[in-house]
Every structure is written in C-alpha cells, then in structure tokens.
Write a protein that binds this ligand. Structure first.
Ligand code: HEM
Length: 148
C-alpha cells in the first residue's frame, strides 16, 4: 500500500515549496526573475535567479505529485467520498496556484495577487494534509481487515 507514502510525499514537498516561497518574499527576490515561465537563463539555473528557479522547479514537481495523489485517491482500495473530495480539491488548488504564479510575476508582485497566492497555498496545504491523513486511515483499516 504505497499510496499513503505518495500522499505523505506530496505534503512534505508542498511544505518545502511554501517555505521557499516565504523566503523568496521576505528576501525581496520575488522579481529577481522577471519572466514567465522561464528565467532569462532558460531551463538552467543561474546564481542570479536561483531562489525563484528552485521555487518554480519544486512547484512543477509538487503539481505532478499532487495530481498523482488525486488520481490515487479515486483508485485506492477502500477510497471514500472524503478523500476523493480533498484529493481533487488539492489538484485544483495546485494547478490554479501554478497559473497564479504567472500572474504574480506578470503583475509585478501586485499585493492582492501575492496575498491570493499565499491564501490558496494555505487551502492547498489543508487539503493535502487531510488527504494524507485519510490515506493513512485507509491503509490502517486495510491492515486490520487483513489480520482479522
Ligand atoms: C503549488 C504551487 C505553489 C505554491 C504552493 C506556492 C506557494 C508560495 C508561498 C506560500 C509564497 C509566500 C507568499 C507569502 O509569504 O505571502 C510564494 C511566493 C511566491 N511565489 Fe509561489 N507557489 C507556487 C507556485 C509558484 C509559481 C509557479 C510561481 C511562478 C513564478 C510562483 C511565484 C512566486 C513568487 C514570485 C513569490 C514571491 C512573491 C513576493 O515576493 O511578494 N509561485 N509562493
């Protein structure tokens, strides 16, 4: 039952991403890379854009892992309505958050947009946390059934 580790992995990588986002803002590097989707250095990182480049790379990986978790939340044996809802909402929030990242840059860090970026991040974290909790409960339930 590897699904619970996928759900836990999505929570951990999301936490790291939000931590880096906070650092990006407080260190004033939010517009270090003024372009979207790639920085002027292209796919490769450069010292000048490093924090932003890492935030974008981890955002892309997080998006993939959260979408995979959403798919798993529908397919896992013992899946229920609640995990389907939280898993799907997490995938919706993750994709909106990535699209919003482009608007954060294109509006040159407009305060309202950055606040929405932060707000959706919190909702995304809540949904990802619930999905991980449900995944562990489903796994425990399956283990109890097998041993009974
Ligand atoms: C799942 C995806 C993402 C999550 C969860 C996320 C989360 C965050 C968080 C929590 C912050 C700190 C905001 C604050 O402290 O108010 C932040 C900042 C930021 N994010 Fe993201 N982010 C994501 C994707 C992206 C993408 C794809 C971009 C594309 C450029 C981006 C650009 C930025 C920028 C520029 C800042 C700094 C804003 C500033 O300096 O005011 N984010 N992000």
């Amino acid at each position: 039952m590897y699904f619970k580790y996928l759900a836990l992995g999505s929570l951990v990588i999301l936490y790291i991403l939000m931590f880096i986002g906070g650092y990006l803002e407080s260190s004033g590097q939010g517009l270090a890379c003024p372009q979207w989707p790639l920085c002027p250095s292209g796919f490769l990182p450069s010292a000048q854009y490093l924090t932003e480049w890492i935030h974008r790379l981890i955002a892309a990986i997080t998006g993939v892992v959260i979408i995979a978790t959403a798919v798993g939340s529908w397919k896992v044996a013992g899946s229920h309505k609640k995990i389907k809802i939280t898993g799907t909402l997490a995938a919706i929030f993750a994709t909106s958050q990535i699209a919003l990242g482009a608007i954060v840059i294109n509006t040159q860090l407009k305060a309202t947009i950055v606040a929405i970026h932060n707000g959706i991040g919190i909702l995304l974290f809540a949904m990802t946390l619930l999905t991980a909790i449900y995944a562990f409960r489903i796994s425990r339930g399956a283990a109890i059934k097998t041993s009974a």
